[in-house]
Design a protein around this ligand. Structure first.
Ligand code: HEC
Ligand code: HEC
Ligand code: HEC
Ligand code: HEC
Length: 364
């Protein structure tokens, strides 16, 4: 028995050693690089064919159902409690309900959002959230063409068949002191997956995707005169940039000319798209997600009681165009326009009503 455990221990040591050798060796298989800017500027994109294959598989759009007739009575006339999608024909409306179920809750079905006894009832928080999400999706597609172009987004872009999108973020709580002699970690210095396991700040989102802090770090002059940006702000910027690269599966030079990271001249046009993306993500978090905070039950919230928020990874999920550029919106034009009656949108009273109906232990 003793001998056996000795062998096991030795075996474990050997596997550990082999692991170290593997880690120090090159990535498998050899990576490809594609030139993305002027020669000699190091502007190349580096790809690992193995990871690219995995990512391609993850970013397949779902099957589309045949279009429904636009003829016949409108959903707003036939149903009792339709506030956003009232101008669709009943056929179009039901087609969208089936699509939504596939996009958000394929296993749970209609009752993930509906009270089976009364589909008009707004008692489930998921239905109230889904209504607001419908408005958000329409807003992205009609007012943020500077970012999503005509490709657009549907619920599937973020949800991918799950009630909670794979990539969301919460504000981070204070890190516990490991021991006093290690000092304050100041929200960083722990390898965090958010910043590709670097020791950059693990919440680079609150300053930029919620607050509108200045992302620039470089002074406009050669000598240090009048640049008030702090080291901390620079670290936030690099944290956000690392997240952006990671979410899109690209290197920094996908958006920057390596000659100078600050200047826009001679840089790839993708940086402009990204600039709009930052503003879009911030607005969606502020205008749509945060106001829904009272509606969400406690188990959906973060340590600090805040609602799940979105960042670049929520839509992109490793691809520089979500779903590798598949244009899902063209099959769901109803998500590309605004509700016929903007006043019909969900009101604060709706939010308050649902929040009040949540079980007591769900309130926070
Ligand atoms: C992800 C949430 C979600 C799922 C899943 C879902 N619905 Fe809905 N449903 C809604 C929302 C939101 C509304 C209200 C739309 C509005 O206000 O414009 C609604 C409204 C309805 C209405 C109108 C009820 C009335 O009288 O006001 C019907 C009917 C309906 N859904 C049927 C279905 C069916 C059938 C399924 C399953 C195939 C389904 N829904 C799945 C979110 C959902
Ligand atoms: C830009 C990304 C994005 C898009 C597009 C989007 N959602 Fe969401 N959705 C989110 C985020 C972020 C949450 C919050 C996650 C959570 O529930 O904690 C969420 C939550 C939800 C929830 C609550 C799920 C739960 O179990 O708590 C529902 C229901 C929902 N969305 C429906 C929809 C519908 C329907 C659409 C399309 C009309 C849609 N969403 C489009 C990002 C998105
Ligand atoms: C998807 C596009 C994109 C990627 C990838 C990207 N950046 Fe950026 N970067 C931007 C945009 C857009 C801004 C300007 C943000 C603003 O002003 O709102 C910016 C700003 C910066 C700044 C501030 C420059 C100044 O004016 O002071 C630095 C530094 C920076 N990026 C470094 C990096 C690094 C390092 C990487 C790789 C880890 C990277 N970026 C990856 C788009 C990108
Ligand atoms: C609501 C979903 C959504 C969010 C959130 C989002 N994007 Fe995008 N993004 C898209 C879509 C859709 C496209 C494709 C547009 C097209 O086809 O031209 C795109 C395209 C881009 C492109 C252009 C790629 C190319 O090669 O032309 C860049 C760069 C980009 N996004 C950066 C970002 C950054 C950085 C963030 C976070 C600050 C972000 N995006 C957040 C949906 C999103």
């Amino acid at each position: 028995m003793k001998q056996l455990s000795n062998w096991i221990a030795r075996g474990l040591k050997l596997t550990g050693l082999a692991g170290l050798v593997l880690l120090s060796a090159c990535e498998r298989p050899p990576v490809d690089s594609v030139q993305h800017g002027f020669r000699g500027t190091g502007m190349a994109q580096v790809y690992n064919p193995r990871l690219l294959e995995e990512k391609t598989a993850l970013n397949q759009p779902p099957a589309v159902q045949p279009a429904a007739s636009t003829e016949g009575p409108k959903a707003g006339q036939v149903y009792q409690n339709v506030k956003v999608l009232g101008d669709l024909s009943v056929g179009e409306f039901n087609r969208l309900m089936v699509a939504m179920t596939n996009w958000i809750a394929p296993e749970q079905g209609c009752t993930y959002c509906h009270n089976a006894a009364n589909f008009a009832d707004d008692g489930k928080y998921t239905k109230v959230v889904a209504r607001r999400m419908t408005e958000m999706t329409q807003h992205i597609n009609s007012d943020w063409k500077s970012h999503v172009a005509d490709t657009g987004v549907t619920c599937y872009t973020c949800h991918r068949g799950q009630p909670v999108p794979q990539a969301v973020w919460f504000k981070s709580a204070e890190q516990p002191y490991g021991s006093n002699f290690m000092g304050d970690k100041a929200g960083q210095n722990d390898p965090s997956p958010v910043v590709n396991l670097s020791s950059l700040p693990n919440d680079p989102f609150t300053p930029f995707l919620l607050e509108a802090q200045n992302i620039r770090v470089n002074g406009p002059t050669a000598l240090p005169s009048g640049n008030r940006q702090s080291t901390k702000q620079a670290e936030w910027t690099y944290g956000l940039m690392t997240h952006m690269s990671q979410s899109l599966g690209v290197s920094c030079t996908y958006c920057h000319n390596s000659r100078s990271f600050a200047t826009w001249e001679g840089g790839p046009p993708q940086r402009v798209t990204a600039w709009h993306g930052i503003r879009m993500a911030r607005e969606l978090n502020l205008e749509y997600l945060e106001p829904l905070t009272p509606v969400f039950p406690a188990q959906r919230k973060g340590e600090l009681g805040d609602v799940a928020k979105l960042n670049c990874a929520t839509c992109h999920q490793g691809a520089y165009k979500p779903l590798n550029g598949a244009a899902m919106l063209k099959d769901h034009p109803e998500l590309g326009r605004k509700s016929s009656d903007p006043k019909a949108a969900m009101t604060d009273t709706d939010v308050a009503k649902v929040a009040a109906a949540l079980p007591a232990n769900d309130k926070k």
